[in-house]
Design a protein around this ligand. Sequence first.
Ligand code: MG
Length: 158
Amino acid sequence: MYRIGYGEDIHRLVEGRKLILGGVDVPYHKGLLGHSDADVVCHALCDAMLGALALGDIGSHFPDTDEKFRGANSIDLLKEVNILIHNAGYEVNNVDVSIALEKPHLRLHILAMQKKICSAINAPISCVSLKAMTNEGLDSIGRGEACRAIAVVLLKRI
Ligand code: MG
């Protein structure tokens, strides 16, 4: 039996923060603003995995009002979500993620992100697709003010 899930996240790009995407520290003079490390890729993926099983959303499991999650490593949140879906009797079949970011280009970092995510969700690299795109200069992402990630996941019964 299969379940499909969808997740989306956006964070502002600001000076004075690290740019953490898919668990990788991407060198850039700006980073994403948030209570945790603001890793939009992991957040979208967490929401897709939770959504597939109607288990709520990332905010209900890891509230940004909880000091425990200040500066949290979102790869760790992804690992926790993976445990939740395992406890519900499911595992990841495959994931597909798109990251919209004007700058910097992510091509050289995609493989490192895939490896981090693979180990967090216990999936082979052939089942973890990450795609990077710009927003062609349009809207807040195109102006370099934000980064968005969209994730689709298929879970299968263990
Ligand atoms: Mg988020």
